[in-house]
Design a protein around this ligand. Structure first.
Ligand code: ADP
Ligand code: GLC
Length: 490
């Protein structure tokens, strides 16, 4: 476990600690998990040594953990004056990456990641993340990393700790914003648990935001570099108080500008040529297998094969930002169109109810699969004709990129990473359909346009071929991160 101290010599490979609250295939709520699985592996492909540190949740099936898992450290951290909490670090190699799981009976041995079984955030989430970060800090003190790469508000206090507490040879910090809609805003007393004191909490101070704490703000101000997951989202964050949820001014004040690095796709996991979770394999050159997957998806969804209909897939967390409210006024119109829908997701009750009602009212047209189902998500990507993501904002978005590879044509709102990954079809070039204004009418127009092209089989074939030929592999993005790390080491 002891690592070499950081050195500026080019012969020593960069040692990176990647801090995340989700890491596929062990724990996943959304795209952060996919990124935390694929980016570290891509970085090792470029010569870095990467350790991922993540909680060992109660929901992780112990049988899915690597056999080589062993305890490499244990200790306690204090949360405020009276709470001393113990932790264990269990380590294993997963491919080229080392994973450190943080075990804690108090904070992580629960079936949910962020929420309980009723969909309510755990009451002590702030405390859980402070604990996680204190454990990371304890490990940083015991070992030597060149770079601490933190993600979202759950680990955004680490740059604050490293800039304000005495740590020998502190690593440089990179903070990646995956979703600024969540910022770690809590009542100020939570600061008592951090041990950071109150010096940074005053109106307009680094940890203060409208009378509450804001851990992401602290991270943005103290990190050595701040990135986000697409160039367009970076521009939108800097320009718009709505999209940045009020942090645009803080982002604009950075010495090193916010950089948008587009997420990639792990084509080991998401390729129709080799996906073990779909009944028939296919490729851009031979798409025949897609029809078999389509038939399997219809059967799995209990939908009949209605002639001339396009099958639209949705896989999503059902939250406000994903834009599904735009569908509400379109119900009657959409249900008269030659469309069928297979929808997978869970989240806010209003959206779950909406899709459940659609499925009840139009059983031949709509299937709603409530919940989280990785295998079904692959079948939807492989079997649907179109994929809908009408997001209000989207930092990057991964499903539209997976859809491209499976020839499942994305219909997206032109925002953030959706704008950076889907090019509008113009009759010869392009990979999907998009709309700009956040309005039901604009969405309907895009769906109509998609249907029109769907009826023109040669055009649809070209469109599928264009989509499937896109390459969003991780290597280019991993190189961009490597450049940042290397600049920080100069
Ligand atoms: P976000 O991170 O905002 O949820 P992304 O598009 O980046 O959005 O990533 C979502 C990831 O979560 C994708 O890998 C998607 O397939 C997966 N996902 C979302 N909801 C479900 C679900 N109900 N079942 C299976 N996978 C899901
Ligand atoms: C967030 C964003 C999503 C992005 C993912 C991975 O959850 O909502 O757009 O793709 O993180 O970076």
């Amino acid at each position: 476990m002891p690592r070499k101290p950081p050195s500026k010599s080019p012969e020593t490979s960069l040692q990176i600690l990647f801090c995340t609250t989700e890491s596929a295939p062990f724990s996943k709520v959304g795209g952060l998990a996919d990124v935390s699985q694929a980016l570290p592996a891509a970085l090792t492909g470029l010569g870095a040594e990467v350790t991922v540190i993540t909680p060992l949740y109660g929901s992780i099936n112990r049988r899915d953990l690597p056999d080589s898992l062993k305890i490499i450290a244990q200790g306690t951290v204090s949360l405020g004056e009276y709470r001393e909490r113990s932790f264990k670090i269990l380590s294993a190699a997963v491919g080229s990456v080392t994973i450190w799981f943080v075990e804690s009976a108090e904070y992580f041995a629960r079936s949910g990641i962020y929420e309980d079984e009723h969909g309510f955030p755990f009451w002590d989430n702030g405390e859980r993340y402070i604990f996680f970060q204190k454990v990371i800090l304890a490990m940083v003190r015991r070992t030597h990393f060149h770079i601490l790469h933190v993600n979202d508000h759950h680990t955004a206090l680490l740059p604050v700790y490293l800039k304000t507490e005495a740590v020998k040879n502190p690593p440089k910090t990179v903070l990646t914003i995956h979703n600024i809609g969540y910022q770690g805003r809590y009542s100020p007393d939570i600061l008592n648990l951090t041990g950071l004191g109150w010096a940074a909490f005053y109106p307009g101070g680094p940890l203060e935001f409208h009378g509450q704490t804001n851990f992401l703000k602290g991270g943005i101000i103290h990190a050595d570099r701040v990135t986000t997951v697409s160039p367009s989202y970076a521009s939108e964050l800097l320009a718009s108080p709505e999209i940045s949820f009020g942090l645009d001014g803080v982002l604009r004040s950075l010495k090193m500008p916010l950089q948008g690095i587009l997420n990639g796709v792990d084509y080991q996991v998401w390729s129709p040529e080799q996906d073990p979770l779909i009944p028939a394999h296919f490729s851009a050159e031979n798409t025949a297998g897609k029809q078999t997957n389509r038939a399997a998806l219809l059967a799995r969804s209990g939908l009949p094969d209605l002639p001339g209909h396009a099958l639209v897939g949705i896989i999503s967390r059902l939250v406000d930002s994903k834009g599904f409210e735009l569908l509400i006024p379109l119900e009657e119109e959409l249900m008269t169109m030659p469309l069928q829908w297979t929808i997978l997701g869970s989240g806010e009750t209003r959206f779950e109810d909406l899709f459940r009602q659609w499925a009840e009212r139009y059983p031949e047209k709509v299937a709603y699969h409530q919940g989280y189902d990785a295998a079904l998500s692959h079948l939807i990507e492989a079997g649907a004709d179109m994929f809908l993501m009408p997001s209000k904002y989207e930092a990057c978005g991964l499903n539209q990129i997976y859809s491209l590879r499976y020839g499942t044509i994305p219909i997206v709102r032109q925002t953030g990473g959706l704008a950076d990954t889907v090019q509008a079809w113009n009759g010869a070039c392009g990979t999907g359909f998009n709309f700009q204004f956040y309005s039901p009418f604009a969405l309907l127009q895009a769906i109509n346009q998609a249907l029109q092209v769907f009826r023109d089989k040669p055009a649809w074939h070209t469109l599928m071929h264009n989509a499937m030929s896109q390459d969003f592999s991780w290597e280019r993005s991993a190189r961009a991160y490597m450049e940042i790390y290397q600049e920080l080491m100069k």
